[in-house]
Write a protein that binds this ligand. Structure first.
Ligand code: F0G
Length: 362
């Protein structure tokens, strides 16, 4: 037995979402798991948003996953299944996080990762991850939707497995986030808020809540509130966006693959899918970092931005329990974080007086 396996003082290491929730994942019955210990991410109370909402707001901090985003939950499932099916190569289209995650899990499984990303439009941190994990990175002169079409065509015509969320096993893995929320809170929240891009995550959470409700684990299901960036909000307008544009590159998607599932989640939960501006996203990103100590990438702040917007419009009842999923780590996109800010405000000689003055200390 290795020291990692040996329980110390009754505690054991979190085993990753497939092992932790195996009985809820029949599609993976008997399949050996490729895992990096994903999931088990913290629920952190947001004092800032709790005050804004006049209720109880929790952040589900998905940047704490192994590759820094929620994508790892679905990827452990997808890559495990691909290995079982004797795949040799895996492909995905991505705005960055899916490609980072797929590349890491593929490396672990010794499968060849091929990623298609919009040319010049993904954050450097995510690109670095794919490169380091040995992916064949193909930049496409087009947007995410073009990349997804190509990825589907490659999987149809060549010996590669598609692991975008159109592969249903991905949503199976991702639904475990809803289980974790319930298991930690001891029940379902009143409202679950999250950013929406390709619309897999909102669909996966809804699937998780529905399964727990059907099994009698919770007595109600939350309203699902999704937020898209205003420049990439097809689910709000009801029509595809041919040139999606937003500072939140991760959710720059004009034709979401899980469109119907997301609409069903909204309708069945009595929820909503609304749009937030880039300014609202950036403001929420800064508040999360400076007030709650949680640094997320711009797309991840869309949910918090939406909540603030709805409170300002008087559309949020006080006294509710709300969970906001923040989907990816801020370190993935430091360019966005530093945009318009001077990295170092003050430069001084190595002198106590000068340092104290610059710091505003008296
Ligand atoms: N937040 C982040 C940080 C993301 O990377 C994504 C999606 C979303 C939210 C939206 O989730 O697509 O399930 O509605 N990123 C995909 C990618 C498109 O390729 O990494 P969704």
């Amino acid at each position: 037995m290795t020291s990692v396996d040996a329980p110390r003082r009754g505690r054991r290491q979190w085993r990753g979402v497939v092992e932790e929730y195996r009985e809820w994942l029949p599609l993976l019955d008997g399949v050996p798991v490729v895992s990096l210990g994903e999931g088990g991410t913290p629920l952190v109370r947001s004092e800032w948003l709790s005050r804004v909402v006049d209720g109880e707001v929790w952040l589900k901090v998905e940047g704490d996953n192994p590759t820094g985003s929620f994508k790892d939950r679905g990827m452990t499932a997808a890559i495990s299944a691909a290995l079982r099916d004797n795949a040799e190569a895996v492909v995905c289209a991505s705005t960055g996080n899916t490609s980072a995650s797929m590349s890491a899990y593929a490396a672990r499984a010794q499968l060849t990762p091929i990623v298609l990303v919009p040319h010049g439009r993904i954050a450097a941190g995510k690109m670095a991850q794919a490169v380091m994990h040995g992916a064949s990175v193909i930049q496409v002169r087009g947007n995410f939707d073009d990349c997804l079409r190509l990825a589907r065509e490659l999987a149809d015509g060549y010996p590669v497995s598609l692991v975008n969320s159109v592969n249903p096993i991905r949503l199976q893995g991702q639904k475990t986030a809803a289980f974790e929320v319930v298991d930690r809170l001891g029940g379902a929240p009143d409202v679950h808020v999250l950013p929406v891009g390709n619309a897999g995550n909102v669909s996966a959470y809804w699937l998780g809540y529905c399964e727990y409700a059907a099994a009698g684990m919770i007595d109600h299901r939350p309203q699902m509130w999704g937020f898209q960036a205003a420049g990439a909000a097809p689910l709000v307008s009801g029509v595809q966006v041919s040139h999606p544009d937003t500072v939140a590159t991760a959710i720059r998607v004009g034709n979401p693959a899980s469109w119907q599932l997301a609409v069903a989640a909204r309708e069945e939960s009595g929820g909503r899918i609304d749009a937030v501006s880039d300014e609202e996203i950036i403001a929420a990103q800064r508040e999360l970092a400076s007030r709650d100590g949680v640094f997320v990438e711009p797309a991840s702040a869309a949910g918090a931005a939406g909540l603030v917007q709805l409170v300002a419009r008087g559309e949020v009842r006080s006294g509710q329990q709300v969970v906001v999923t923040v989907t990816g780590h801020g370190l993935k996109d430091t360019d966005a974080a530093l945009q318009g800010r001077q990295l170092v405000d003050r430069v001084v000689e190595p002198d106590l007086q000068a340092a104290a003055e610059a710091a505003g200390l008296r």
